[in-house]
Design a protein around this ligand. Structure first.
Ligand SMILES: [Zn+2]
Ligand SMILES: [Zn+2]
Ligand SMILES: [Zn+2]
Length: 205
């Protein structure tokens, strides 16, 4: 087994996490699978809503509503993530991939998802996160945060937040046409539509 094979598997794991995470995120913004959307749309409309401050002094306010969660990661990520891991292990087994490489893939994908998707996302919403003051990473982090604020505040007329689904990388947004670099004026009509579209997250009176 070569170092090259390990590097290729690590790269594949990162790529898989980004693409799978992107589509899962897109699906959470749809209103057809309430189970997947509930926590995420509470994050977007109740905790860090489009007209609310996008950063708080910290700690990050998770939207897990007492359902199954791991730290700030809710069931809407854990279940599809676990299902993907099982599906991939079955595929690797069918392809007779060496067990060590299977392990490398799964560990890399989980590490990437925890660091580059979960932890970095939460940092976007915390005022004073250490990267803000880092000479090496400050500029990069400010750019990521600007993108994530666009993700939270740019609404289409149907009430969808439809741009910048990426967290640290935006090649999926580029590829699938959801990249936005500069804000359009706030869409008030879109905001009203969002409150309608995701009405299921608000308690019925
Ligand atoms: Zn989102
Ligand atoms: Zn807890
Ligand atoms: Zn967010």
């Amino acid at each position: 087994m070569t170092v090259l094979a390990v590097l290729a598997v690590v790269a594949a794991a990162f790529l898989f996490s980004e693409v799978y995470g992107y589509w899962l995120h897109v699906l959470m913004h749809d209103n057809r699978v309430e189970f997947l959307s509930r926590n995420h749309m509470i994050h977007h409309l109740v905790v860090y809503g489009p007209r609310m401050p996008q950063q708080t002094a910290g700690p990050y306010v998770a939207s897990v509503q007492g359902r199954l969660h791991l730290g700030t990661i809710g069931v809407e990520w854990l279940l599809p993530g676990g299902a993907a891991a099982l599906g991939l292990l079955a595929l690797f087994h069918a392809l007779s991939l060496r067990p060590f490489l299977q392990l490398v893939f799964i560990v890399s994908a989980i590490t990437w998802s925890l660091a580059a998707l979960s932890a970095m996302h939460d940092a976007m919403h915390v005022k004073g996160f250490w990267m803000e003051r880092s000479p090496a990473l400050g500029g990069w982090f400010a750019g990521l945060r600007r993108r994530h604020i666009l993700h939270h505040t740019q609404l289409d007329d149907e009430g969808r937040m439809c741009v910048d689904y990426g967290i640290c990388f935006f090649f999926c947004d580029r590829l699938f046409g959801t990249l936005r670099r500069e804000p359009l004026p706030f869409n008030h009509k879109g905001y009203e539509a969002a409150l309608e579209r995701y009405a299921f997250i608000f308690p019925r009176s």
